[in-house]
Design a protein around this ligand. Structure first.
Ligand SMILES: [Zn+2]
Length: 253
């Protein structure tokens, strides 16, 4: 099992950790700041730094799988091509070997900004989402709807929410609470992160008398305040099908 430090603090750029396994797929640690692909958000890249200063470049991060292909609670750090010798050496050192796990922070922070903006978009476009992808360069959300959407109007609505500096709060609800409030789930394509009895939620606004902007189950990494999002624009709106409108978010040039 890998302890997922990024869920409590998305701003951690590195942590010390110990190897628990080196497999054909990659390197498993006892704890990590690397986010594994999931919930539409891409996996982190970065480096593992060994005690002697040697670095192993990590190109992607995935959830572990057992022999039947079911997800495990391991997080697998996938070495970049060309790292085979270093990984083999690490495997020889065996479990317990200490490393520093350091993410490509600039890349991750771009994903945090786009992921949080995609939640703002759920407020601006209150329709069910049936597909989503968060990358360092763009985010796209597919809304199950037939009405047309206006690029400039959406960009302006997002800018207003950014300027209002709404704080984000990470909390959790029980499976029962979620079952009693099915409207919290705004995505038809991403399952809420169930399994531990508690489901992580991301709330934007809603403190004291402040307006609630958005509240939904989400396992992803987010900024602490919408003021940190900066200038994000809707770069494209596509009619993906008769019943789906795709909205693409990007950074203002
Ligand atoms: Zn999310």
């Amino acid at each position: 099992m890998t302890q997922d430090l990024f869920r409590q603090d998305a701003y951690l750029r590195e942590c010390s950790a110990h190897i628990t396994a080196v497999t054909d797929t990659g390197i498993v640690l006892d704890q990590t700041v690397f986010y594994p692909l999931g919930g539409g958000q891409a996996g982190d890249s970065g480096v593992l730094v060994l005690a002697d200063g040697t670095e192993i470049a990590i190109t992607d991060t995935r959830k572990g799988k057992d022999a039947e292909g079911n997800p495990t609670s391991d997080i697998v750090h996938i070495p970049a091509p060309g790292q085979e010798d270093r990984v083999a050496q690490l495997a020889l050192q065996g479990p317990g070997t200490a490393v520093t796990a350091r993410i490509d922070w600039e890349r991750r922070h771009r994903m945090m900004r786009l992921h949080t903006t995609s939640h703002l978009l759920c407020h601006v476009v209150p329709q069910l989402v049936n597909g989503c992808s968060i990358t360092p360069d763009y985010a796209r959300l597919d809304f199950a709807m037939t009405d047309p959407l206006d690029k400039e109007a959406l960009t302006a609505a997002i800018a207003t929410l950014v300027a209002a500096a709404h704080p984000l709060t990470v909390a959790s609800i029980s499976d029962e609470e979620l079952d009693a409030n099915p409207a919290l789930v705004k995505s038809m394509s991403v399952q809420p992160p169930r399994g531990t009895g508690r489901i992580r939620t991301i709330r934007i606004g809603g403190d004291n008398d402040a307006p609630l902007i958005d509240l939904q189950p989400c396992g992803g990494t987010h900024v602490a305040n919408t003021s940190e999002l900066g200038a994000i624009v809707v770069t494209k709106i596509e009619k993906k099908s008769a019943t789906t409108r795709r909205v693409v978010l990007g950074f203002a040039q």
